[in-house]
Design a protein. Sequence first.
Length: 508
Amino acid sequence: MCQDAVHQPLNRRGLFVTGAAAALTLGTVNFASGAERRAPADGKETRTVRGTLPPGAPDFVYLPVEVPHGVSELRVAYTYERPSVPAGTQGNALDIGVFDERGTGLGGRGFRGWSGGARTEFFIRADDATPGYIPGRVRAGTWHIALGPYTVAPGGLPYEVTITLTYGAPGTTPRPVYPPERARGRGRAWYRGDCHLHSVHSDGRRTLAEVAAAARAAGLDFINSSEHNTHSAHAHWAEHAGDDLLIMVGEEVTTRNGHVVALGTDPGTFIDWRYRARDNRFGTYARKIRDAGGLVVPAHPHATCVGCNWKFGFGEADVIEAWNGPYTPDDEVALADWDSQLVASVRGGRPWIPAMGSSDAHREPDPVGGPQTVVLADDLTREAILEGLRRGHAYVAESKDVALTFTATGGKGGHAGIGERLDVDRDAPLTVRLDVRGAPGCVPRFVTDQGVLHTGPALPASGDGTLVWRTTASYAAYVRAEVRHPATTPGLPGPLAAFTNPVFLGRA
């Protein structure tokens, strides 16, 4: 049986506030028809809803669906018009997800999946679900299809949503199996990882198996799953982990005011994204990330895509993603902004925020592990890797071919590495040393709170070399190293091949 129910925008229930961003609720799609109703002979029922969202629509539009008893599968398909728009004008883009009978309240108790704009349809059953969605019984009650008008053209956004219910026995939901929190490590050592990756569970095109294979080919020891606004991949990674690859799980929390990687959270953790900076809600969800054992990492903070630029400030950040994917001008801005924060922290006596880099790889030819963060950790475990990142014992390299050793020595046998402090008197002489491997033709240099103070010659064809600088803590409160490719634009530095977190100099 197929029935067509057309709902226009005037059927909406009204505008309400969910404790944060405003949301619009449309009229209810009703499948139930009283206590004596029977499932259709072919086992399926379909409803179609059409409407138009105006420019200035709220961030989220909820379409309630009354799901009766006896449903084994919910399937949703949607389309929307994408008319041509003048240059410089945003066109239509409509995201989609779903919440079950537990509701749409912030915190995501009813969250059952999100695919953003990556898919045109999805299904949920007890035993399976479309990637991006959480399998489980389709229980009776009011479900909500969540529409997210990301951008709306001047003429509005006409849409059509088709909901199909299949009746029958519900099936059994498999118990989730998560990847182990330990791989075969080398004790205290430098481990290479990529903490921002996408697969078919959000808007990526690689399967989990393909991501894992690419990680191994890139020489990585660990990765972190970070799908947009869903944790659906967590229960599917276990078979791809191994003694040679630690797989941590998390989420890229994709708000309208910037993205944050929830890095290394407890498996099964969902972090809500339905708020803006003006809603003063980010602190709540940053704490939820930490409560789940993870790190709060603002991603690509100066990216220029709509909704990507970071607006929440860095007061809740544990680490900053200062290099995202192929090195571009927004990475240069992010690196400079991070360096300015280092200056402010040392001069104000405040804690500093370490930096990292990730590939944000989505599909071929995006290189997994380009760049990668190299972390000094006590072992190849989730806990040790996160602690190394938190303490800033890390550097970023464009590939597995590039390796750095960066130290400061001085005083009576004093020694400090990346993310550490060399405890010396202000005027005591000290030596900073950078050893580089695998960066032919690149230029090493030292950056301090005073700016770039020492630059070496280009590295030879072997890619290996050493840069040494003698200074004092009164002249440089910290030193960090950069290795850059030759400049491509006169007057501007070349793209990064690698950079380190700082070594701090002087008494704390």
